[in-house]
Design a protein around this ligand. Sequence first.
Ligand code: FAD
Length: 339
Amino acid sequence: MDQLGIPAIRGRTRAGAPLAPVTWFRVGGPAEWLVRPADADDLVTLLRSLPAALPLTVLGAASNLIVRDGGLPGVVVRLGGGFGAVAVEADGVVAGAAALDATVAEHAAAARLAGLEFLCGIPGSIGGAVAMNAGAYGTEVKDVLDWAEVATPGGVQRLPAADFRFAYRHAALPPGPAVVVRARFHARPGDAGAIAARMAEIRAAREATQPVRARTGGSTFKNPPGHSAWALIDAAGCRGLTLGGAQVSEKHCNFLINAGGATAADLEALGEQVRARVLAHSGIALDWEIRRIGRASPPPLAGEGRVAVDGAAGGKDSTPTRVGLTRPTPRAAGEGGTP
Ligand SMILES: Cc1cc2nc3c(=O)[nH]c(=O)nc-3n(C[C@H](O)[C@H](O)[C@H](O)COP(=O)(O)OP(=O)(O)OC[C@H]3O[C@@H](n4cnc5c(N)ncnc54)[C@H](O)[C@@H]3O)c2cc1C
């Protein structure tokens, strides 16, 4: 029986926590252990004490992810309220990694700071925005980031933007476990009316062109150099294509949607079908922008049936006070899946 060396932390730890309810697609299996550190010190304690062999996954708002149906092995870190503070300065905004991009855009707008309007329509968190170099309407995180603080087993380091070597939907985080905990974005004094108008324009454009109210993960594939992914997908005849409960959006064909009852496997297989059709039609191989993580199916039951977390069984929220947690019983396929 595996022993997981999860240290005592002040935050919350939960075994077998369903993840589907927190992902934008509403699919995927559970986290073996879901850990919500109280603050950055607590997170460093966790990172420092975890066995190197234990898988570690960081989730933001899960708006760019397909969590596979077998769930995530090891420890899944999700940042909560202790990482959500937003502070406005004269020429920028400092935001915790759990703050939503839209919240940061709104704080900047309220303080008449221009330059961060593009964040208003991206449904992720600041941690995810830095990790993905999120961008829209001509601006990316790399254009506005001054620094970001990253928690590692060695402590919290403040890194200048250049250290992230940003590329299209990519940032290089320090090697090993690394979690973005805070970031500073520069902005410039602007006209309140113009800032509000720009944000309204961005929101209206999204409503008109993207299935923003659907269960989706945003753009599925990166735009290949010189091409729009959606145009290649459309030309390959994939608009509206379905597989199980998954569908290529009719409104924006670079978006996959969970049209009802989709599994992660449906979504991933449909995405692969789209890639194959585009390759056959145009000779261009699309790269996934959505990150697909976890196990395709739950690990086989091996007789484990009990969870020992300070006496709390069955995945209730709990704070362990000692290392050596018993690996929880894997859930049945689909549990915690589509609502
Ligand atoms: C309707 C819709 C519209 C979208 N439009 C856009 C758009 O215009 N532009 C755009 O760029 N994206 C867009 N997206 C995709 C998504 O919102 C962005 O990629 C966003 O930045 C992801 O942030 P998140 O917090 O949801 O990250 P998640 O999806 O939770 O995670 C994404 C990646 O970031 C990593 N990560 C998350 N938090 C941290 C952290 N604190 N430290 C280290 N790594 C971390 C995760 O491990 C994972 O690899 C859209 C998505 C949807 C659903």
